[in-house]
Design a protein around this ligand. Sequence first.
Ligand SMILES: Nc1ncnc2c1ncn2[C@@H]1O[C@H](COP(=O)(O)OP(=O)(O)OP(=O)(O)O)[C@@H](O)[C@H]1O
Length: 347
Amino acid sequence: MPSSPEPLIRFEGAAKTYADGTVAVGGLDLDVREHELLTLVGPSGSGKSTLLRMVNRLVEPTGGRVLVAGRDVATEDPVLLRRGIGYVIQDVGLFPHRTVAQNIATVPGLLGWDRRRTQERVAELLLLVGLDPAVHGPRYPHELSGGQRQRVGVARALAANPQVMLMDEPFGAVDPEGRRALQEEFRRIHDELGTTVLLVTHDIDEAVVLGDRVAVFSQGGRLEQVDSPIRVLTQPASPFVAQFIGASSAVRLLSLTTLTPADLGGATPPAGLAADAGSRSAGAAPARPLRLGDSLEDAFAALVSSPDGTVVVADDDGAPAGTLTLAGLHAALRRSVQEEATAPAEP
Ligand SMILES: Nc1ncnc2c1ncn2[C@@H]1O[C@H](COP(=O)(O)OP(=O)(O)OP(=O)(O)O)[C@@H](O)[C@H]1O
């Protein structure tokens, strides 16, 4: 979904020094666009959770301010503010003595929705997160798997259709395979709903698979880079970022993953472009055309030098097979990370 240029969340010199003198976030400027899923990634203690919690006023900044939809959150009633912002944490925090359906209905109940509207919303959300309303709705949290509980946490946070979702290591407690499935589904849900999401993770692979953009933090809540996932992986802005992504499987996959027809859009390029099939950019020195089967690393290099951000990709015979964009490249990377996660282990 295209992002509007207007930021929905704005950190303006936002800072937090805790009472013991720990600088968790040291004066941050960052805009979060409406509808985007921005992942916040960095090592333990780099201030990610602190930053997230400034948005719903679980943490009060000691400097600067945080704006949501143009309003300084410090001027909002914290209880009302939190009702309008979904919040998902690692261990979910479902109410143990309430059924799944009652858990999801919490905020609609507080907002005074009638019974029928609430029941319909609960059923709709359970289906959205891949659970069966008749089977799972009446169960209690302890009667679910960890992954199912996490899905309920997401459904509960989405219940009142919040404009903003804050997610702090939402899939951290789930086993690796369940985690990939949840990531994939959450990405689908985000594409469908277009909720603006800030998601904290310490896993760079999760950050690049899920994020429309990725913000990388170092100690002291220092923003090292905020950029598209592919750019963070291929053009780290500082030695810190380079080292942080160094061991990422996503980097390896960029060189190992090859372009397929499924990654391309516009299967029939405009006639004018056909003659130019595979050229990396108008006016660029002639280079070997980009072809199906080339690596995502080569594809990225081609995209970077393309003036309009698209490249025509040729098939084995040199005929145009379609066009590639950065979004297509990101989708290809996501696919390969997912495949890697579900592939049987090497003997
Ligand atoms: N209530 C507090 N009082 C004092 N220091 C705190 C408090 N909460 C967090 N900190 C410190 O602030 C720094 C940032 O913590 P924060 O939890 O925001 O980091 P994080 O990047 O989310 O880490 P993690 O990935 O481990 O959750 C850390 O050094 C932490 O010890």
